[in-house]
Design a protein around this ligand. Structure first.
Ligand SMILES: [Zn+2]
Length: 94
């Protein structure tokens, strides 16, 4: 939020000379031991040319927690990105 804080949006790609990062979503595949986690529609800055993605800090933390849950469940988990775990684990049922 401060001036010194920059987002990767519009930044030149780190992997190709012609692309730049744009606000978008990507599909992340994470593997840890025998466990595979696939998360669709992950908010990220995605290179318009090569598709390289940069994840915001909170998203990468969310993926870490999701990976813990996937590892507890075992096998392969495919899911959509949703709100941070505080929203998903709320006790209130509407
Ligand atoms: Zn690129």
């Amino acid at each position: 939020m401060s001036d010194k804080e920059t987002t990767p949006e519009g930044m030149t790609c780190m992997y190709c000379p012609t692309g730049s990062y744009e606000d978008g979503t990507t599909t992340m595949t994470l593997e840890r031991g025998p466990t595979t986690l696939v998360v669709k529609h992950v908010p990220a800055y995605v290179c318009s040319h090569c598709g390289d993605a940069i994840l915001p800090d909170d998203v990468s933390k969310w993926l870490d927690d999701a990976m813990d849950a996937a590892e507890a469940a075992g096998g392969t988990t495919v899911r959509e990105y949703d709100e941070p775990k505080t929203a998903a684990t709320g006790g209130a049922v509407s």
